[in-house]
Design a protein around this ligand. Structure first.
Ligand SMILES: [Zn+2]
Length: 124
């Protein structure tokens, strides 16, 4: 494909063509990345129970107060399809063992005046 493009315009500044090709390749890469991201998102929705990340650090955010990121202690995991799935996560506020709620796609603690819904957030 790259060779063909160069052949088509051999004398109109091949350097410029090369830049164009590389630019196009980068766009393709971006496209691919976006597709992968969308795909992963979709897959997570189907089996939404969160996995234990390799570094075992889980951070959550209270859906009703999404300003602070809190580290949550993983209390129990099971192995499912060669992956560690989180069964119980300690509530970052009271330590109560929370289970995954499929409907909310979050861990919920009901041991407060107000029910707390903790969404898992990215590690960075
Ligand atoms: Zn709690």
């Amino acid at each position: 494909m790259r060779k063909e493009l160069i052949k088509q315009k051999p004398y109109s500044g091949s350097e410029k063509n090369l830049v164009d090709i590389m630019g196009r390749r980068q766009t393709m890469q971006e496209k691919y990345k976006q597709q992968m991201k969308a795909y992963r998102k979709k897959r997570m929705k189907i089996d939404s129970t969160p996995f234990l990340p390799p570094n075992e650090n889980i951070y959550v955010m209270n859906s009703l107060d999404p300003t602070k990121k809190m580290k949550a202690e993983v209390l129990k995991t099971i192995t499912k399809q060669h992956r560690e799935v989180i069964v119980h996560l300690a509530c970052p506020e009271c330590g109560n063992a929370m289970t995954w709620d499929r409907k909310w796609e979050a861990f919920i603690c009901a041991k407060h005046d107000k029910k707390a819904i903790y969404e898992i957030v990215d590690n960075d």
